[in-house]
Write a protein that binds this ligand. Structure first.
Ligand code: FES
Ligand code: FE2
Length: 478
């Protein structure tokens, strides 16, 4: 006989009953407004209004590459003239896969009956058809504009008349910046991968060895390769999140106290799926002002339950003065600053020392927001979801990319590492207030909208940061 559903003890409910798993068995559906990106979905159409990386250039050096992006089966290739093409995978004739196609001086020829397409989808030849066949004039194969930048192939998959300029953030403009591409595939939804960086609380726990067996086994906090450098493990950083650029971007402000250092780290998120991440080798040995990104990345859906991180890793003295990066470890399924970014490790090792890949994939194929209990430390995650929802629900599409003229659009990047020498205040509570103020002021300076993107802006920001550090030290008599 079925038991009554409300058989919880007095004073308790379905959620706070010890041994109450019985009451929590239902798993609601995901949050498709944000997680679904197939054609015609709100988020899918939003993402399609931006240039998106679709594969690494190295993948098409030899052969056409079958790819799947936002639920569309595509093929990427480089023709013999050196141009990149991204088009629907199945031939417009009888559906053969163009991954077996033959790149031509111009475009690609289907292997099955030889229909030959230019990179824009124009039919150039149909060998078995009469010369006066009307098909060529009536039909173009489905193709998308594509370009290559720094080892990534980008495609624009939105409405042709709304194609934006390619967005460039001035964080890329660093003296002697060497840029390498890498990618990581994950069998889970794009959003949980994106939110991982907004989830700063996991840095001082998960990447501090607490989340692995390293501490249990008596090893040091930074002893596993899924740990970040010691500087990241400062206790309870002050974390705040700020919406910027009229709701189009979000800055995470993480301010740490380590001895007489105050380290302000900013990661910068831009709608819909791009973000820039500050340094990953920080040792706090020297002062620095507005050091830039270690890497920037797009989290691109293949479909709703798989995605790839497509990234540019930046090598320069500013973000890695001691040259700890290793470009030989980049490329497909690459990464040189943290183990555990891919699922390629042995199962035993992943269980003992889980990495980001393991926890993100482990959140379910599509994380179920209705089962979460977001807490105070999840403000960045909540803010990012709100930014996306607001952008999707705004019928004016005010926050969406604007149509361009085929060139580049330039923006300010707010990614930052600033290390001040500011001795701690005696009262720990006052010192924490100081950290909060410093983080906020640094972010005010960096996000100043009156400064145009470019190196001059960066010089000016650095001058202001130095002046601010002096001001704080004078105010506290140090
Ligand atoms: S299926 Fe491609 S040419 Fe016939
Ligand atoms: Fe992480």
């Amino acid at each position: 006989m079925a038991r009554k559903k409300d058989s919880v003890a007095p004073g308790q409910n379905a959620l706070n009953t010890p041994y109450g798993g019985y009451f929590q068995r239902e798993v609601p559906g995901p949050d498709p407004e944000l997680t679904s990106t197939d054609p015609g979905t709100p988020m899918g159409e939003f993402m399609r209004r931006y240039w998106q990386p679709v594969c690494l250039s190295e993948k098409i050096d030899e052969l056409p590459q079958p790819i799947r992006i936002m639920g569309e089966d595509l093929v990427a290739f480089r023709d013999l003239g050196g141009r990149v093409g991204v088009m629907h995978r199945h031939c417009s004739h009888r559906g053969a896969s163009l991954e077996f196609g033959l790149p031509q001086e111009k475009g690609i020829r289907c292997c099955y009956h030889g229909w030959w397409y230019d990179i824009d989808g124009t039919i150039l030849e149909m060998p078995e058809e009469p010369d006066d066949s009307p098909i060529k004039d009536k039909l173009c194969h489905g193709a998308y504009p594509a370009i290559e930048r720094h080892g990534l192939v980008f495609a624009y998959m939105g409405p042709p008349d709304l194609k934006p300029d390619f967005h460039v953030y001035d964080s890329i403009d660093v003296p002697d910046n060497k840029i390498y591409a890498f990618s990581n595939w994950l069998p889970c939804n794009w959003l949980q991968v994106h939110e991982n960086v907004a989830d700063q609380a996991h840095i001082s726990v998960f990447h501090n060895g607490v989340g692995s067996r390293a501490l249990m086994e008596g090893a040091g906090a930074d002893s596993t390769e899924t740990s970040l450098p010691k500087a990241f493990s400062a206790e309870s950083p002050v974390v705040e999140n700020r919406v910027t650029d009229n709701g189009r971007t979000m800055v995470i402000i993480t301010t740490r106290r380590v001895g007489d250092r105050v380290w302000v780290r900013n990661n910068h998120f831009m709608v819909p799926n791009y973000l820039e991440i500050a340094g990953v080798f920080e040792d706090l040995e020297s002062q620095k002002y507005f050091a830039g990104a270690s890497h920037v990345r797009w989290n691109v859906p293949h479909d709703d339950d798989s995605c790839s991180v497509f990234a540019w890793r930046y090598f320069n003295k500013e973000s890695d003065p001691k040259g700890k990066g290793d470009s030989s470890k980049l490329g497909v399924e690459g990464g040189d600053f943290l183990e555990g970014l891919t699922g390629a490790r042995p199962r035993e090792e992943r269980h003992r020392y889980p990495g980001d890949w393991d926890v993100l994939v482990g959140q379910r194929a599509i994380a179920v927001h209705a089962k979460e209990n977001l807490a105070a430390s999840d403000q960045g995650v909540a803010m990012w979801r709100k930014i996306c929802r607001d952008a999707l629900r705004d019928e004016t599409q005010h926050h969406w990319a604007k149509p361009g003229n085929g060139g580049e659009a330039h923006f300010r990047g707010y990614v930052n590492d600033t290390v001040f020498f500011i001795p701690p205040l005696v009262d720990p509570a006052e010192d924490r207030d100081l950290l909060r103020d410093v983080g906020r002021r640094v972010t005010d300076i960096i996000t100043d909208e009156s400064l145009s993107p470019g190196r001059e802006r960066k010089d000016e920001v650095r001058k202001r940061l130095q002046a601010f550090e002096n001001e704080v030290c004078e105010a506290h008599g140090s």
